[in-house]
Design a protein around this ligand. Structure first.
Ligand code: NAP
Length: 525
C-alpha cells in the first residue's frame, strides 16, 4: 500500500495545514519517509461535521449490514498483516512477529464485535407491555433499547500500534455500537496508522456507508486533541495514554457547555501478591514468570506486572534470585520513542531517590533509546512510608517488596491507587490469607488473577480492562472485551408507541429474533 501521509477525512485526502512530521525509527534514530500531514481545528471541524452527517444513517444500519462492515475491516487487516507489521516495527522498534500477532488480534476483535452486533444483545431490548387492567392504575406500554451516543473521538495509544491504536478495541467497539469514529493518530507510528485507516476507509466505501463513518486526523502539540474534545458534534472520547494527558482531556470535556463522557485508560502497576505457601512451594517459578512478563514489549504495557509483594520467609530468596537471573540475562532493547525512553530514565532515578535499592540490571544496549532492565527492592515498612514507590515506571523495571507479615501485606494492598489488575499466587494453605486479601483487591481493581499473570490480555465476553481511578476515569466500564461497547451506548425508552413506529428490536413478535427482557423474563419470543 502506498503511503501518502495525508489526513484521511471521510473519503477525502487532505494535505498539511500545520506542517509535517516524519516517523522516527527509534532503533537507529533515523527518520523514515514519507512526510505526514499535520492538521488543526479546521480539519477536526471537517471530520466532525462529516461524522455528524453520517450518524443517523450509520446508527440505523441493520445488524447484518454493520456486522458485515466489521468483518470487511477484519479481512482488510488480514490482507495487510505483513506490510502493517513491517511498518509498525520500523516505527516502534517492536519485533515484526509480535506485531503480526497484534494485527491478528485486532482482526479477531472486529470479528468478535461482528458477532456481538449480529446477536443484537447489546441493544438490551426490554419490553414491558401495557397492562390496562393493572391496579391501582393501568400501565402504559414501555419499551427500551440502547442506541449509539454519536460521533466518538479516539486517541490511539503509543504502545500497541495496532490493537490499541487505529484498528484497536476502542474503534471496533465504537463502530459496533453505531458511532462514527474520528481517530487521532499517535505521532509515534504515523505510517502504521495510515495503513490501518485506509483499511477501515475501504470497508466504509465497500459497505456503501456515508464517508463520515471514519476519519483519521493528526496534529502537533495539543491543538487537534483539544479541538476534538471541544467540538460540539463530538459526543464521547476514548483515550489510552498517560495520566497527565488523560486527565487534561477529561477535565476539558467536563468544562464544555455540554459535557461528554471521556473514557481514559491511564496507569497501573498491577501488583502481584505471593502468599506464603505458594512462595515456599513455587518461589522460583513465580519469580521467573513475573520477570518474564514484566519484560515483554520492553515493559511498555498497561498490564506489565510491576510490583511483586511477598512475605519474607521460606522461598523468598529463591524467588528473588530467579527474578535477578531473568533481569540480568535481558539485553537492553529499543523503547517506543525518545520521550518514553527519557521518562523511563527519570522514573528509574525517582525510584532510587525514593529509597528503592537496585538489586539487578540487564545488559546495556547499543541503540540510542535502548531501555536497560532494572529490578529494585524495598522493605514493606519503607514502602508504607513512601507512596511514590507505588507509581508506574513505564518500561522494563519492577519492584520487589519484602513484606514483614500478613498484616503489613494487607496494609500495603490498601495503599495502592486504583489498578487494571491485581494477582494472587496461592497454594492450599494460603486460603485464609487469600480470603482476607480478596475484598481489598475487589475494591482496588477491575481484574483479579490467581496463579497466572495478567498480561497478555484475553479479549472475551467476560474480559475487563478497567478499574478505579487512576487506572481509568470511569470504573464502571472496560476498554477491552465485548462489553467495551457499553461505553458508547445510551438507553432510550419508547412509551405508548404504535408497533410500526417502534425500532425493529422492540416490535411485537420480535422480528429480529434477539434476546429481550419481556416483563422481566429473558426470552427470544
Ligand atoms: P500521552 O502523552 O498521554 O499521549 C497520548 C495521546 O494524547 C497523544 O496523541 C497526545 O498527543 C494526546 N494528548 C496528550 N495530552 C494531551 C493534551 N493535554 N491535549 C491534547 N492532546 C493530548 O501518552 P504517550 O505519548 O502514549 O506516552 C507518554 C507516557 O504515557 C508514557 O511514558 C507512559 O508513562 C504513559 N502511557 C501509559 C500507558 C498505559 O497503558 N499505562 C500506555 C501508553 C502510555 P501528542 O502526541 O500530539 O502530544
Amino acid at each position: 500500500m502506498k503511503l501518502t501521509g495525508n489526513l484521511l477525512i471521510g473519503a477525502q485526502e487532505v494535505s498539511a495545514t500545520r506542517g509535517t512530521l516524519m516517523a522516527l525509527n527509534p532503533a537507529i534514530d533515523a527518520h523514515i519517509p514519507p512526510e505526514f500531514a499535520l492538521g488543526g481545528v479546521e480539519e477536526v471541524d471537517r471530520a466532525a461535521r462529516l461524522a455528524d452527517e453520517a450518524f443517523d444513517s450509520y446508527n440505523h444500519t441493520t445488524l447484518a449490514e454493520r456486522a458485515s462492515f466489521l468483518e470487511r475491516i477484519a479481512d482488510g487487516l488480514d490482507a495487510v498483516a505483513s506490510e502493517l507489521a513491517q511498518r509498525a516495527s520500523l516505527e516502534t522498534g517492536l519485533p515484526v512477529a509480535q506485531l503480526e500477532g497484534e494485527t491478528g488480534k485486532a482482526a479477531m476483535q472486529f470479528r468478535q464485535f461482528a458477532t456481538v452486533v449480529r446477536q443484537g444483545r447489546f441493544r438490551q431490548a426490554t419490553v414491558d407491555p401495557a397492562q390496562p387492567e393493572r391496579q391501582p392504575r393501568p400501565r402504559m406500554d414501555h419499551r427500551m433499547q440502547k442506541i449509539a451516543i454519536g460521533p466518538i473521538a479516539i486517541f490511539g495509544a503509543s504502545n500497541f500500534p495496532i490493537s490499541y491504536s487505529v484498528a484497536g478495541g476502542d474503534t471496533a467497539s465504537a463502530l459496533a455500537a453505531g458511532c462514527p469514529v474520528i481517530l487521532k493518530a499517535h505521532n509515534a507510528h504515523p505510517g502504521a496508522s495510515e495503513v490501518q485507516a485506509r483499511v477501515i476507509r475501504e470497508a466504509v466505501a465497500a459497505s456503501g456507508f456515508h464517508e463520515g463513518v471514519f476519519s483519521l486526523v493528526r496534529g502537533g502539540g495539543n491543538e487537534v486533541g483539544e479541538a476534538l474534545v471541544d467540538h460540539p458534534l463530538i459526543r464521547g472520547v476514548a483515550f489510552t495514554g498517560s495520566e497527565a494527558g488523560g486527565m487534561a482531556l477529561y477535565r476539558r470535556a467536563q468544562l464544555r457547555p455540554e459535557p461528554i463522557p471521556v473514557f481514559t485508560e491511564m496507569t497501573s502497576v498491577n501488583p502481584t501478591f505471593v502468599l506464603p505457601d505458594a512462595l515456599a512451594n513455587r518461589g522460583r517459578e513465580i519469580g521467573d514468570g513475573f520477570a518474564e512478563r514484566m519484560l515483554v514489549t520492553v515493559g511498555q504495557a498497561c498490564l506489565k506486572p510491576a510490583i511483586l509483594l511477598a512475605i519474607d520467609g521460606a522461598g523468598f530468596e529463591v524467588l528473588k534470585d530467579a527474578m535477578i537471573a531473568r533481569v540480568e540475562a535481558m539485553h537492553a532493547r529499543t523503547m517506543l520513542t525518545p520521550g518514553i525512553f527519557q521518562a523511563y530514565r527519570k522514573n528509574v532515578e525517582r525510584q532510587l531517590s525514593a529509597g528503592a535499592a537496585e538489586i539487578a540490571a540487564g545488559g546495556k544496549g547499543d541503540g540510542p533509546w535502548d531501555g536497560q532492565s532494572v529490578l529494585f527492592e524495598v522493605d514493606g515498612a519503607a514502602m508504607l512510608e513512601e507512596p511514590s514507590l507505588a507509581e508506574e515506571v513505564f518500561g522494563p523495571a519492577a519492584l520487589l517488596v519484602r513484606v514483614a507479615d500478613a498484616g503489613q501485606l494487607i496494609a500495603l494492598a490498601k495503599r495502592f491507587r486504583g489498578q487494571l489488575s491485581a494477582t494472587m499466587h496461592i497454594d492450599s494453605r494460603d486460603r485464609v490469607l487469600a480470603s482476607s486479601l480478596l475484598p481489598v483487591l475487589e475494591r482496588l481493581t477491575g481484574r483479579i488473577v490467581v496463579n497466572a499473570f495478567a498480561h497478555p490480555q484475553e479479549v472475551s465476553y467476560a474480559s475487563i480492562h478497567g478499574g478505579p481511578f487512576p487506572a481509568t476515569s470511569d470504573s464502571r466500564f472496560t476498554s477491552v472485551g465485548m462489553s467495551a461497547i457499553e461505553r458508547f451506548l445510551r438507553p432510550v425508552c419508547y412509551q405508548g408507541f404504535p408497533d410500526e413506529l417502534l425500532p425493529e428490536a422492540l416490535r411485537s413478535g420480535n422480528p429480529l429474533g434477539i434476546w429481550r427482557l419481556t416483563d422481566g423474563e429473558l426470552s427470544r419470543a
